[in-house]
Each structure stands twice: as C-alpha cells, then as structure tokens.
Design a binder for this molecule. Structure first.
Ligand code: COA
Length: 399
C-alpha cells in the first residue's frame, strides 16, 4: 500500500512588496536580490492575517473538494509553524473550527523552525499506516519576519500549504526511507519576547549545507535511493538561491557531473512560486513541491523527487517521493497562478506601515480593521482572545 500526499494547495497574502522597491532603501542594486538571493517579490501579511488565517485559507479548497464522508475521515490535523500566536493553544484548533471539521479529531501544533512541516508529514504517514481509512490534514503556515534594515529583511514573506495525507495518494507517494540529521546550533531562533527572528545569516547557510550532507549520508546508510535514481529535487527555500547552492553542494558531494543545464532542470520548476512569495518557513519546501507539479512541462508520473527539509537549530531530513499517474488531473495550477497574479503591489511606505504585526500586550479590547481579501481574517483581540471570522471573500474562494 502506498501512502502520501493526496491533495495540495497553498495560500499567501493578497499583497506584495517588489524587492526593486526595497533595494534603494538598503542602498543596493536590485540585482543583489533578484540574482544574488533569487527573489523578486515578497508577500506581506495584512494586519488582519496571521498563521491561523493563512492556514485556513490554504486548507479551504481541500475541504471544499471533499464529500461529507471524506471530511469525517480527517481524524487528525497537524499544524506546523514557527510564528505561532499562542504558547498553549494550537493554532490548528482555530483552523479546525474555521473549516467546519468534525469534532471527532485530534489537533496539535508542531515546532522545529522550518523543518516542523516534514515532521508533521512523517507523523501523518505513520498514522495513516496504522489506519488506512483515516486521512490526516497537514498544514504548514508561517509569516517570516526579520528586523527592518537587517540583511534578512529581503528574505521575508508569508504563506501556508495544506496537504491531505492518505493511503493510495493521487499526487505523490512518500517512500519509507529517510535520512536524518540533528545538531544543536544557534543559527536562527526567536525568543518568546521577540516578534522577529535572531539570525546569524552566514552560520545559517553553513548549517544548512552541513545538515544536507549529514541527512544525505544517513539516507544512503539507511538504503535510500542513489543520487542518479532521483529525477528532480525540492529543497527548503529561505530564498531560492539557497536551493541552487544546496543542489550544487549535493551534486559535488556525490561526485555527479556538474552540468549546469542538467542541474538547473533538476530544480528550476520548484523555485518559481517562492521567487514571488518569499520565505514562508515551514511552508516553503512544500510550496516548492506545488511549484514543481504546477510548472513541469513533462509528465512527471513515475518520476522520483528528492526532498531536503531544513529547520535551523537544527534538524534536516532528506526523503523521497514518487509522482503518481494521473496527478495532473488533481492540481490547482490555475487557481495558484490567480492567487499570485491578483495580489496588489504595495509601496515601501505601505509595507512599512504594516510590517510589524498587530501584537497588543495590554490585554485590552482591540478591533482589527478589515483589510485582507483572503477567505479568513482576524477580527479582534479581546479579553486575551483572538477572534477569527470568515471574510466576505470566502464565498469566492478557489476550489
Ligand atoms: N548583483 C548580483 N549579485 C549580488 C549583487 C549584485 N549587485 N550584490 C551582491 N550579490 C550577491 C552576493 O555575491 C551573494 O551571492 P553569493 O552568496 O552567491 O556570493 C548574494 O548576493 C547575497 O549577498 P550577501 O552580501 O552575502 O548578502 P547579505 O550578507 O546581505 O545577506 C543572507 C544574505 C542570506 C545572509 C541574509 O539575507 C540573511 O541573513 N537571510 C536570513 C537567513 C537565511 O535565510 N538563512 C538561510 C538558511 S535557513
């Protein structure tokens, strides 16, 4: 029996900053971002958006496509994030309610920087292996924020991806062998008192490739597929150039021929959406998968994808999946393209006004003015509670 990803969709903010508008503020050429980092735009969360609303927006099309009976078989919701909104209550519980899922379900939030979504996926696979009638909804949702003026600022972004994990999946069957690597390192973290991450950028790049080497070595030790048996690669993309660097690193490590055209073809389609969205932490690698499936001109059915998931701090996992016959019939390519094309370009001044999140710490009552055109929004913070609602745009949500 095959287990894996049966359905897949992403959401992001309805507005973006073009990095050409950030470059002069940092006193650099736009090419530093478009070429040096491989980023053109970054999605900017509206003041009434957070990981809950983005997660619900990503999962809504999946739930809407399911029958009542299929919805009832979602007995687990796993939400991965590193920009959570509560130290106790899982963001997934809000999402579970916003989506109208049945009460007979377990819901939990997972955290390990950008890696946690992969942990959620592996746990989901284990649950489905135990009871193949069950479906697990895995959601990765993050708003990536660095200090204004820091070198990380152009690598911000936000997004969420929702995956339905089932037996006999229609999109990608995940293979059982994984390569793992954990090491205690301070390359990126966010103490509870901060709304932006603390990052040692240089160290994080080295930690990423060290983790890739370690996870790859473990994959081989565990009997995983050889490099030559993997057709395309999807890497975690804090900025898309990082995936290019990672693929060059792995190609060198395994001693494969360094043919630029071949190497580019192995990763290029996975980079397209993230170039326009920016970093979405836990969601970024899986948005890379959506990008690959949505953009590949060849039919990928039967081909093997290598995934490298990295979360600072640091945990890395290399695993593989096989694309399923007929997968194209279940993609949402047009809806995803529309989502990106319909975003509004905002000026640097508009971005500056909303980049800091609504984060009142006085315990008072705060209405949050309606702003996002996405299906769900944060309506108020009152009595220490965050109140979410379905916005008017929900009626026209992509299905
Ligand atoms: N035209 C083209 N490329 C240019 C350029 C120009 N005018 N100016 C600079 N570049 C290139 C640099 O050569 C460099 O490329 P290289 O790394 O391939 O040599 C790239 O742009 C970035 O320049 P650099 O000076 O290294 O950037 P930085 O020090 O300002 O910051 C990061 C880069 C990644 C460290 C920073 O964005 C960061 O901290 N990001 C957050 C952490 C992160 O995402 N870590 C990843 C692992 S999880």
């Amino acid at each position: 029996m095959q287990l894996g990803i049966d359905d897949l969709a992403f959401a992001t903010a309805d507005r973006y900053l073009d990095l050409a508008d950030l470059a002069p503020v940092h006193g650099v050429e736009p090419a530093k971002y478009t070429v040096g980092l491989g980023q053109d735009r970054m999605s900017v969360a509206a003041p009434d958006e957070d990981v809950v609303t983005l997660a619900a927006s990503a999962a809504l099309p999946l739930v809407e496509r399911m029958s009542e009976q299929d919805r009832a078989s979602i007995r687990t919701v796993l939400l991965a994030t590193e920009s959570g909104i509560d130290q106790s209550k899982s963001a997934g519980v809000y999402v579970h309610r916003l989506l109208g899922l049945p009460a007979a379900a377990r819901v939990v939030e997972l955290k390990q920087a950008c890696y946690a979504g992969t942990s959620a996926l592996q746990m989901a696979l284990a649950l489905v292996a135990r009871n193949p009638e069950q479906k697990v909804l895995v959601i990765c949702s993050d708003v990536a924020r660095y200090d204004v003026g820091s070198s990380g600022e152009p690598t911000q972004g936000c997004g969420a991806v929702a995956m339905l994990v089932t037996a006999n999946p229609r999109l990608v069957a995940i293979e059982p062998v994984s390569g793992l690597h954990t090491t205690d390192i301070m390359d990126f973290w966010r103490p509870n008192y901060r709304t932006t991450a603390v990052v040692d950028g240089r160290l994080s790049l080295r930690a990423y490739t060290d983790s890739l080497s370690g996870a790859w070595a473990d994959l081989q030790a565990q009997g995983g597929p050889a490099f030559a048996d993997i057709d395309t690669f999807v890497y975690h993309q804090p900025f898309t150039k990082m995936a290019v660097k990672a693929h060059a690193h792995l190609t060198r490590l395994v001693g494969a021929p360094r043919d630029a055209e071949v190497m580019d073809a192995q990763i290029a389609d996975s980079l397209r959406y993230n170039r326009e969205i920016g970093n979405s932490y836990t969601a970024s690698m899986y948005i890379g998968l959506v990008s690959l499936l949505d953009h590949a001109t060849d039919d990928l059915a039967g081909s093997r994808i290598g995934f490298f998931s990295y979360g600072s701090g640091a945990v890395g996992e290399f695993f593989t999946g096989v694309v399923q016959p007929g997968y194209r019939d279940h993609l949402r390519t047009a809806a995803h393209r529309r989502l990106l094309d319909d975003r509004t370009r905002i000026s640097h001044a508009e971005y500056s006004a909303i980049v800091a999140p609504v984060n009142p710490v006085d315990g008072g009552d705060h209405e949050v003015p309606a702003s996002t055109r996405n299906p769900f929004r944060l309506a108020a913070i009152t009595g220490h509670q965050r109140l979410y609602e379905r916005s008017a745009a929900a009626a026209t949500a992509v299905a």
